[in-house]
Design a protein around this ligand. Structure first.
Ligand code: AMP
Ligand code: GLY
Length: 418
């Protein structure tokens, strides 16, 4: 099959590599990045928000179907646009992508479905929000911008002074173009991610993964787009995994269907195991990043078959996953990330080509026989192993052989999963 993958990060790199495991597939990635080309992925320079050129490419190259990686094109309606042009595309339409695009929409679906989540209130009016904050709230408290904010729209405020500043920036300053905020209870516990392939009411869960979001070891410092991930999550029991499927995924997907929202694509649930049970932190309308980089390498079934069956609404009898050991992925990020990434050389192309581990590339560019940084998150080293210690040893021994002058990486990814 001929498949077009939209996006340019490490998540799209692993989607392409997984599709290419079937030697009959021809895969294009638009826009992709220079690193992906090193492993033979064909990249096409079309911006992910240029729907016209994307659709035109799909049409003129007889693409069988397109797969959307990132959230923006989904929330902006690329699926509706392709369908109008009679092109097959895997992902939720604009209305269904609101599960990620609008926190208040998703909170309402969760309330209707009885899915457990943090207690919350929403506000469009600054004075009403400030009044609410002053009235006997417990801190820390969580403030979320309602729309897409590239992972930066969640604030954990320790006191009223900070919360007042945050709410004012969002509702008065309209940071991230925000006109509505959700203020919710702070939850404590182990976080984990559960993704599923969704075909309207039918869904197929993937193994659990865990994303390490903070910049520094020991989960310290600022939130990032994800510093690494592990799959499966050994400290979350299979009973809890089953409970997450039956008390979160199933009722949420049923409720979407019940409200006439036909969801086709990947649904991502960000969950937390609190002392009062599992609660939802967020839903996303796509594969998680970096979770996908450690989940898809464990897939033994043909990913193109899964996408194709779901696009035809054909039931899949079973999806096979490797259940030996684990997969670990660690991101190399620019020094100074996430505040102010400082760009520089990442080493010779040959060194990347000769690396014995799988590399999923993100913010990198090729120049004069070298890879150079072109973003905050640069590339992820990934391996499978029988134990976490073995996986960490393999990854960190490889980092020791790379040019690390301009990169930073966490040394404890996977630490919770023992
Ligand atoms: P999000 O962008 O919604 O994934 O949120 C980013 C991170 O903020 C999450 O992974 C959590 O670590 C944290 N977070 C979001 N909501 C809450 C909450 N209600 N309680 C505690 N932490 C939260
Ligand atoms: N790993 C979190 C996300 O993809 O949003």
């Amino acid at each position: 099959m001929k498949i077009l993958v939209i996006g340019s990060g490490a998540r799209e790199d692993v989607i392409c590599k997984t599709l290419l495991k079937n030697a009959d597939n021809v895969v294009f990635c638009a826009p992709g990045n220079d690193g992906m080309k090193l492993s033979g992925i064909k990249t096409i320079s079309i911006d992910e928000d240029d729907f016209d050129r994307m659709a035109n490419f799909a049409k003129t190259n007889n693409i069988d179907f397109t797969v959307v990686g990132p959230e923006e094109p989904l929330v902006n309606g690329i699926v509706d646009f392709f369908k109008k042009n009679k092109l097959k595309i895997f992902g939720p339409n604009k209305e269904a992508a609101k599960v990620e695009g609008s926190k208040s929409f998703t909170k309402k679906i969760m309330a209707d479905a009885g899915v457990p989540t943090a207690k919350y209130e929403e506000f469009t009016d600054l004075d009403a929000a400030l009044e609410y904050l002053k009235l006997d709230q417990t801190f820390p408290i969580v403030i979320k911008a309602d729309g897409l904010a590239a992972g930066k729209g969640v604030y954990i405020s320790e006191d009223l002074g900070d919360a007042t500043k945050v709410v004012s920036e969002l509702l008065d300053g309209h940071k991230f173009n925000t006109h509505k905020v959700v203020i919710e209870e702070f939850l404590e516990g182990e976080e984990f991610s559960l993704m599923a392939f969704v075909d309207h009411k039918r869904f197929y869960p993937m193994p659990l993964a865990q994303d390490y979001k903070k910049i520094f070891d020991g989960d310290m410092g600022l939130n990032t787009g994800g510093m690494g991930a592990v799959c499966p999550v050994q400290n979350i029991s299979s009973d809890i995994e089953q409970e997450a499927i039956t008390t979160v995924l199933k009722p949420f997907i049923d409720e979407l269907h019940h409200q006439g929202i036909k969801y086709t694509g990947i649904l991502y649930a960000g969950l937390i195991l609190t002392k009062n049970g599992i609660k939802v932190i967020e839903f996303n309308a796509r594969f998680g990043d970096p979770e996908t980089e450690v989940v898809l390498p464990r897939l033994e079934s043909d990913l193109s078959m899964i996408f194709n069956s779901i696009l035809k609404h054909k039931k899949i009898s079973s999806i096979q996953w490797n259940d030996d050991g684990l997969n670990l992925g660690v991101f190399a990020v620019s020094n100074g990330y996430p505040k102010k990434p400082i760009f520089g050389s990442l080493g010779k192309i040959e060194d990347f080509k000769n690396c014995p581990l799988t590399i999923n590339y993100s913010g990198v560019r090729k120049t004069d026989g070298q890879l150079v940084s072109n973003g905050g998150r640069l590339y992820l080293l990934q391996t499978s192993a029988s134990t976490l210690k073995e996986a960490q040893d393999i990854i960190y021994a490889n980092f020791a052989k790379m040019d690390t002058r301009n990169i930073f990486y966490r040394k404890d990814i996977g630490k919770n999963s023992i």
